[in-house]
Design a protein around this ligand. Structure first.
Ligand SMILES: CC(C)(COP(=O)(O)OP(=O)(O)OC[C@H]1O[C@@H](n2cnc3c(N)ncnc32)[C@H](O)[C@@H]1OP(=O)(O)O)[C@@H](O)C(=O)NCCC(=O)NCCS
Length: 196
């Protein structure tokens, strides 16, 4: 028998300025049971780094750390008003449940993905793949040579997603957020999806 309250299908559409305050409806947090520890190899001008996935004693919970607070909303509004990027939202049953926020970096002919985020209620249904594909199609049409994504070494679910989408891990910055990123086990990882 059909459910009396069938779930409305999520719809992907362009973001409008009126959507920006509503981005706070999205719950983009995540939980990770493992972390990618960044180990330094060697030193001096031949220094290197490698990532080692380790089980955490207690899962890492991002909590509200990715939420779209007023400061983040202002940043997104600024990027939307530039008019040269790709800004999409995912809406389901009158609530925003996802966002894609990409802008060009003209100086090196790439596009930078600021946000690719889905509410935890709508994950693992292919929406992340769909937003990723839209970003790739758009960037290819614009003639950019690559899309660049950044995530953290404690966001292992997102790292797996980017790897499955065909991105390569392209760089690590060990003091991108604070001087203690290594000790905090939250290191910036940069992923590239080459288009040319
Ligand atoms: C990362 C994110 C965008 C993925 O979106 P999604 O809609 O759940 O991903 P999809 O359903 O399209 O998954 C595509 C494939 O990616 C991989 N994948 C996605 N989530 C995964 C996870 N948690 N663990 C392992 N693999 C994962 C799988 O191979 C998946 O295919 P499958 O479901 O057939 O196995 C989503 O989990 C999210 O919004 N996370 C919180 C915010 C975030 O971390 N954003 C990105 C980094 S800043």
């Amino acid at each position: 028998m059909d459910s009396p309250h069938p779930k409305t299908q999520p719809v992907i559409r362009p973001m409008t300025e009126a959507d920006v305050p509503r981005l706070a409806e999205i719950r983009p947090g995540f939980v990770s049971t493992t972390v990618l520890d960044v180990e330094r190899l060697g030193g001096g001008i031949e220094a290197g780094w490698r990532l080692v996935e380790r089980q955490l004693e207690r899962p890492f919970d991002k909590g509200a750390g990715y939420d779209f607070d007023p400061a983040e909303q202002r940043n997104i509004l600024g990027r939307l008003r530039r008019g040269d990027g790709l800004h999409l939202v995912v809406e389901q049953a009158g609530r925003l449940v996802g966002v894609l926020d990409v802008v060009p970096e003209e100086w090196n002919n790439t596009a930078w993905v600021w946000n690719l985020m889905l509410d935890h209620d709508v994950r693992r249904q292919g929406l992340g793949r769909e937003l990723f594909t839209r970003a790739v199609d758009w960037a290819r049409r614009q003639g950019y040579r690559a899309l660049i994504f950044e995530t953290q070494s404690n966001n292992v679910p997102a790292c797996r997603f980017y790897a499955v989408m065909g991105c390569e891990l392209e760089g690590i910055r060990t003091a991108y957020y604070t001087n203690d990123d290594l000790a905090r086990r939250e290191v910036a990882l940069f992923w590239i999806y080459r288009l040319a």
